[in-house]
Design a protein around this ligand. Structure first.
Ligand code: ADP
Ligand code: MG
Length: 354
């Protein structure tokens, strides 16, 4: 199997996706019920029932995915559940159960973990999922939360990452870049606080984006809405790493290309004004900022009338033949290749993000 005697490859060299590919390249599936294993937002299991089961898992690590200096534990618990449910909704499925595993160092009193669970339980109640198990252990370095989410859907409703066809429309829910700019504001306040602990920041103008960072909501409503509109996307993914990286995932999985139109990217006015304040290009943030937990999907053109004008959706581009590549068409009508910046957990200069 693995044959690398004597060599030492750094994790940064492979990157997150490279590492997953590397470690899982010898995985063999032997169960007839494993309809889809590694490679999508969730695995798909088929047990000869009317509905398939989807399973997804994600881990949050203190100092990598969250900073307790500005992330209240209750919010952290809530967000950890959202991150996982988002992967289930990205399959166009209904989330039904979660398991929660935590590792905590003795720096955390019981009361702190109670706070965390208050958030987890609020999320379960709001999203109608049952907490059915998990694991608890100690850690020498901070807090780690790993959640597995389980869901269900009729086989014909399930949307994988690989179904996009040339001429399909590229659609995104909600608006983008808010979570990342919320993080920038919180980071700035943390630095101000370090210098002057008595400073009373006025965060009121930033409420929307700070909530996008601290209290994201997974798009439970979208699978339901799509069903009522009688639209089944040809492919779907959740936006955890930025629009650019997710478009590339959909294209690579389906062996197609895409044109994205800059002017169509949905941005909240707060994101636009805070980007100006920070002197950052808002398109770059929508493309590469992370953690928006909106859904990106493709639909057949025949479904255009069912989607158009719906305030939940923005049509941002279309799918092309693979040979045409993946591009963004700027407001100035320039065609620029999309790059998967995303977040690489192993790159030292991006420690604060996924
Ligand atoms: P997501 O952004 O949806 O969390 P990831 O990029 O983390 O997806 O993972 C991509 C795929 O690889 C998923 O199918 C996931 O289940 C799988 N995967 C990730 N890490 C591992 C691992 N250590 N072992 C096996 N499969 C993994
Ligand atoms: Mg993951």
């Amino acid at each position: 199997m693995f044959d690398n005697k004597g060599s030492k490859t750094s994790l940064a060299e492979l990157g997150e996706f490279g590492l997953i590919e590397h470690l899982t390249r010898f995985v063999e599936l032997s169960q007839a019920s494993t309809k889809k294993g590694i490679g999508d937002d969730a695995a798909i299991l088929q047990f000869n029932n009317e509905e398939d089961v989807v399973v997804s898992t994600d881990m949050l690590v203190e100092g990598v995915h969250f900073d307790l200096a500005y992330m209240p534990l209750k919010h952290l618990g809530y967000k950890a559940v959202m991150v996982n449910l988002s992967d289930i909704y990205a399959m166009n499925a209904e989330a039904t159960q979660i398991t929660v595993s935590i590792a905590a160092s003795n720096r955390f009193p019981v009361e702190a973990l109670e706070e965390l669970y208050t958030g987890i339980l609020l999320a379960c109640k709001t999203y109608k999922v049952d907490l059915v198990g998990g694991d608890t252990t100690s850690s020498t370095a901070g807090l780690i939360i790993s959640i597995t989410a389980i869901g269900k859907a009729k086989p014909n409703d399930i949307c994988q990452r690989n179904g996009a066809k040339p001429n399909d429309l590229l659609v995104v829910t909600g608006d983008l870049g808010g979570a990342y700019m919320g993080l920038q504001v919180l980071e700035r306040e943390k630095q101000v606080f370090k210098v002057n602990p008595n400073a009373q920041p006025d965060l009121e103008p930033y409420t929307y984006i700070i909530e996008r960072q601290l209290k994201p909501e997974a798009r439970k409503d979208i699978p339901t809405l799509l069903k009522s509109l009688e639209v089944t996307p040809t492919s779907m993914i959740d936006i955890s790493d930025g629009l650019s990286s997710e478009i590339i995932h959909l294209c690579k999985n389906a062996k197609v290309g895409a044109n994205l139109f800059e002017e169509k990217i949905p941005l909240d006015p707060t994101v636009i004004s805070v980007c100006e304040e920070f002197n950052i290009d808002s398109t770059t943030i929508a493309l590469s900022g992370g953690e928006d937990y909106e859904l990106l999907f493709t639909i057949n053109q025949k479904d255009y009338d069912k989607i158009k004008g719906n305030p939940n959706f923005s049509i941002i581009g279309h799918i092309t033949e693979e040979k045409e590549g993946m591009h963004i068409i700027t407001r100035a009508n320039q065609k620029i290749a999309l790059k998967a910046r995303g977040w690489n957990s192993f790159e030292e200069d991006e420690q604060e993000n996924k």
